[in-house]
Design a protein around this ligand. Structure first.
Ligand code: AHR
Length: 658
């Protein structure tokens, strides 16, 4: 396509609808699918997801612990904890006791801080306010637990309250002794409350020591203790993602190496996983989140389990000995890299090793004796430059020799082009990682202009992992970016290019995945949630349409791009269907004929349409399906579907072989 034509296509996308109406062609566009000549094999798992603990996606989100700072390890160890004030007859508010955080003779050496609560007068109360409140649902049960020790009061009364103190659930932890012991009870809620609190009362004078105070829904995904939030996993499950990239993102790197992601601290007993700060806490001045830490209740075991639950291949990304190059850029010396490489080797053992191996044994003890089937891993997140290449080489030398079964993913830096990108690709052509991880946080217009990006990529070199991308409607990292249909439609058009090049682009994932409406740092995001509800954005539904309609072989389809129309086609040899995608990015509906050439097609096609009359359309808690797929059928006559591609629409046709 000429530069001029590309420019015209772009104009079609941005011009006012009235102007577009005058230009739109009225003859049906003919989309020819060369069904008799299916091409290269493609990876049916190519459309995946990217999970990072940003925007309160883990603690406060997918990991449904309701107590914030349950181990008192935040920098200010009383963060999240408050005293109940007693108001005297003269209107003076004072607590009836005191809270003190200590480390002497702790319950855990890894998380040594604990709380001493002392009642000077019976009835002393204190509470935890959760992650921007606690989401509690009427009729549901919540497991309250804590490590407690005391020489005094033997009972701790607990209440679920709203912000005004109205009680809608209660329970007791009791029978304490003078050594640390774990106690638990279950509280049933009688009301639904999005901003609940968990209050404790000491009804006798004296002190108790508390640690690892937890309030956890009983009703988790698959009913697991320490399980994940059901509605959020359901959204992921519905996507049928091919791959789950975790745990990020820059969180892998840390702002400094000291707060890099270390998978070994995230497995085993949850009380023994060391809490550290979340690197996104103060990253953006406009969205400071000083109370953002990582408890690692959602750790590597849980990530592997999640991948298995939703049918995705696990793709862990490991620190390569470099902290985030946008922050400190701290780099481990090559001679100190052994520990990092050992972490990678041990991770393979943890995921796949026999239960007789030390790490395989831990996996079995945690509840999963069968291997997790790890077959790929990323070395470094969004790194660049010669220091990175040196470190990648050191990892690859060991892993290629000891674990040829593991495919390696190398980074291509933070931008989709430019000197850093080109230099890295030149290196990767020599060093041959299996995948190169490209990132593009670009404008919707860029996505439309780049649907041909991979048409001429070298087929013999490393495969591409489009590992982080999202259309930025205002500009990268701008807080006024929107998850609107304009961005999602541009992504859909771009993804037709990913699919058409499925022989070279073998994995992809939109990023970031999740955001809490009251605690986000980065926008746009695929899924939004509050303490009780969640919804998929238009971008989510674009991902869903692609991930739910994958094929196993490419099929030639023409035109690929014409007058704001983008197409791709695949054959699914598992279901014996041709799957055709046609995206109309213009403001005018287009009549179209989809011709399944050279093969016998069934009489009816399944049609899935995602569209909106306006590019500004967004989904919301009130209208979670304002932009959502609608399924119907279309007649197939002599291999031809006569159809209409609505204005601003993504259309998927599934036609079975006869
Ligand atoms: O997705 C948000 C961030 O964008 C990721 O953590 C990082 O890899 C990229 O810069």
């Amino acid at each position: 396509m000429t530069a001029r034509k590309r420019f015209l296509n772009l104009l079609l996308f941005v011009l006012a609808p009235a102007a577009l109406a005058a230009q739109a062609p009225s003859n049906p566009v003919v989309i020819r699918v060369d069904a008799a000549h299916p091409g290269a094999a493609i990876a049916p798992n190519m459309f995946g997801i990217f999970f990072e603990d940003i925007n309160f996606a883990a603690d406060g989100g997918l990991y449904p612990e309701l107590v914030k700072n349950r181990s008192f390890e935040f920098t200010d160890p009383l963060t999240g904890w408050h005293e109940v004030m007693d108001v005297t007859a003269r209107g003076i508010a004072t607590p009836k006791g005191e809270l003190d955080v200590r480390t002497d003779d702790p319950e855990s050496k890894v998380n040594p801080h604990y709380l001493r609560a002392r009642a000077n007068t019976p009835g002393y109360g204190f509470y935890n306010g959760g992650f921007r409140g606690m989401g509690i649902e009427a009729g549901n049960e919540y497991r309250l637990s804590a490590y407690v020790r005391t020489g005094g009061p033997k009972t701790l009364r607990a209440e679920l309250t709203d912000e005004k103190g109205k009680v809608f659930g209660s329970g007791k932890l009791e029978g304490f002794g003078d050594g640390w012991k774990h106690y638990e009870t279950v509280i049933r809620a009688t009301a639904t409350e999005p901003k609940a609190r968990l209050a404790f009362y000491l009804d006798e004078k004296g002190a108790v020591d508390l640690d690892f105070v937890s309030l956890f829904p009983v009703d988790t995904w698959k009913g697991r203790p320490n399980g994940l939030r059901k509605d959020l996993v359901q959204l992921l499950y519905d996507l049928h993602p091919g791959v789950l990239r975790f745990p990020g993102g820059c969180i892998v790197e840390g702002r400094e190496l000291a707060n890099r992601y270390r998978w070994k601290s995230t497995v085993g007993d949850i009380a023994e996983r060391k809490t550290i700060l979340n690197r996104w806490n103060l990253e953006f001045e406009s969205r400071p989140t000083p109370d953002y830490f990582q408890s690692f209740g959602l750790g590597f075991y849980e990530y592997f389990q999640l991948a298995e639950d939703i049918g995705a291949k696990p793709l862990p990304i490991l620190n390569c000995g470099m902290a985030c190059q946008f922050n400190s850029s701290e780099t481990a010396r090559l001679e100190d890299l052994k520990e990092y490489i050992q972490d990678a080797e041990d991770l393979i053992e943890f995921a796949n090793g026999d239960v007789s191996t030390p790490w395989g044994k831990l996996r079995a003890e945690m509840g999963h004796p069968a291997p997790f089937g790890l077959d790929r891993m990323g070395i470094g997140n969004e790194q660049w430059g010669p220091r990175y290449v040196e470190r990648y080489k050191a990892f690859a030398e060991v892993l290629r020799a000891k674990h040829p079964e593991i495919k390696l993913v190398a980074a291509a830096g933070p931008s989709p082009d430019g000197e850093l990108f080109d230099d890295l690709w030149a290196q990767w052509r020599q060093l041959k990682p299996d995948f190169v991880d490209e990132h593009y946080y670009m404008s919707p217009e860029w996505f439309l202009e780049n649907t041909h990006r991979y048409d001429n990529y070298d087929r013999s070199g490393p495969k591409v992992f489009a590992g982080e991308y999202a259309a930025q409607t205002k500009g990268t990292t701008r807080p006024d970016n929107a998850n609107n249909w304009k961005g999602a439609l541009a992504e859909a058009a771009f993804m037709s290019g990913l699919e058409r090049n499925g022989d070279v682009v073998q994995m992809s994932s939109y990023a970031p995945l999740m955001a809490h409406v009251d605690a986000w740092q980065w926008k746009p995001d695929e899924i939004w949630f509050d303490n009780l509800h969640s919804f998929g954005t238009p971008n989510y539904y674009v991902q869903l349409l692609y991930a739910n309609n994958t094929g196993t072989r490419l099929v030639p389809a023409t035109p690929r791009l014409e007058d704001g129309l983008y197409t791709s086609a695949v054959l699914d040899e598992r279901t014996h269907e041709w799957i055709v995608k046609a995206i109309n990015t213009t403001a005018k509906a287009r009549k179209a004929e989809i011709r399944i050439d050279g093969a016998k097609a069934g009489a009816t096609a399944k049609v899935i349409t995602l569209k909106s009359a306006t590019l500004e359309a967004e989904n919301s808690f009130e209208h979670p399906q304002a932009v959502a797929p609608v399924t119907g059928t279309a007649a197939v006559r002599d291999g031809v579907i006569a159809t209409e591609l609505g204005a601003y629409s993504v259309n998927v046709y599934r036609v079975s072989e006869q």
